[in-house]
Design a protein around this ligand. Structure first.
Ligand code: PHE
Length: 355
């Protein structure tokens, strides 16, 4: 087919996607030249079809390939043009008139990282889809333990490929296990992140945020725990008159365990942290249970530590004065504009983490 070279030349020269499409229709469309050749096979003798068939199909193939190649070239060129002409000015100031803002939960997480970095803690993470060994068993919460029922756990219907029962982590404590399993002590970490429980009212949402703290070292005792929490809370609330009260409590993964209350003062009918007119419960803590340390392959006679877990949403509410937790996750722009932080408002200890 003498026309073939011309056809391929036209395809190769198509200036844009529309011109290419016109060539495709002219060749391969219902009334197209190549389609007509394919149709002509039907009226040929069996012999003619045997010699012409492969030739015509090969021709169709070449035309199809030429079109695909030209289309790819045109698209690549279009992308090149866009990349060359479209720009994003990264130096534009963020602020007035800007739509986005940093959610208070993200802001508090940044503040926590800043405060604890100053105390020598690294940030650790773990997956939100966890296995029940790390979420419960390794934390000294065996199968029959009532704490499993208390956690209102979201379980996955099927086991994973390794036969493990999977769930949405009910607390950040499995990150303790992951850290001890993968890193060599001494360990000083915090682990902020999302957690899940089947629970919903004005102070509970099915998804919420916790920060876990874990220290594993030699000769660690309750005094280290209390000093660390006191230092953290004074920096976080930016007040020197933060008073803690440790109340004996129970968690399967700590022994002894302490619930930590923080003193507050009534100011114009509102509870403000600081002083000690009254007490509010803020977080759970304790000395890491030797069995938990052993589950992670460490020798509890050599390594001791403390751990604590605290609701991040609660910290944000207390510090920035919101009173309905559900509004945190409604995505209401008015709320986000009011309570959101500027992207350039990076917390620093010297500037005041909540500045
Ligand atoms: N994981 C506990 C909870 O979610 C909190 C906690 C963490 C208590 C670490 C003690 C030590 O309630």
């Amino acid at each position: 087919m003498a026309d073939l070279d011309q056809l391929l030349a036209r395809i190769g020269a198509a200036a844009d996607v529309q011109a290419l499409e016109a060539e495709r229709v002219a060749a391969l469309g219902k009334q197209g030249a190549v389609t007509a050749l394919l149709k002509s096979l039907g009226s040929m003798t069996a012999e003619a079809r045997q010699s012409e068939g492969p030739r015509i199909h090969a021709l169709r193939e070449r035309v199809g390939e030429a079109i695909a190649a030209r289309r790819a070239a045109l698209e690549a060129a279009a992308l090149e043009r866009r990349l060359a002409t479209e720009t994003l000015d990264m130096t534009l100031p963020v602020g007035a008139g800007q739509e986005g803002s940093v959610h208070p939960v993200s802001q508090v997480m940044d503040e926590l990282a800043e405060i604890f970095a100053d105390l020598g803690f690294a940030v650790a993470t773990g997956p939100e889809i966890e296995d029940d060994w790390r979420n419960f068993t390794a934390l000294n919460i065996p199968e029959s333990h009532p704490a499993r029922a208390m956690h209102d756990t979201f379980y996955f219907p099927d086991r994973d490929a390794e036969g493990r029962r999977m769930l949405l982590r009910t607390h950040t404590s499995p990150v303790q296990i992951r850290t001890m399993q993968t890193q060599k002590p001494p360990l000083y970490i915090i682990a902020p992140g999302r957690t899940y429980r089947s629970d919903s009212d004005s102070t509970h949402t099915p998804m919420f945020h916790q920060v876990e703290g874990l220290v594993i070292d030699r000769g660690i005792h309750l005094g280290h725990l209390k000093w660390t929490l006191e230092t953290f809370l004074k920096a976080f609330f930016e007040r020197d008159d933060i008073v803690l009260r440790l109340r004996p409590s129970y968690f399967p993964f700590t022994e002894p365990s302490a619930e930590v209350d923080v003193g507050y003062t009534m100011v114009k009918g509102r509870r403000v942290l600081g002083g000690s007119d009254g007490w509010m419960e803020l977080l759970g803590s304790g000395m890491v249970h030797p069995r938990v340390i052993a589950h992670c392959g460490l020798d509890p006679d050599e390594w001791q530590g403390f751990a604590f877990g605290c609701g991040i949403d609660r910290l944000a509410m207390l510090k920035y004065g919101m009173d309905d937790l559900r509004a945190f996750f409604d995505g209401d722009l008015r709320w986000l504009r009011h309570y959101g932080f500027s992207a350039l408002d990076v917390p620093t200890l010297s500037g005041g983490v909540g500045a």
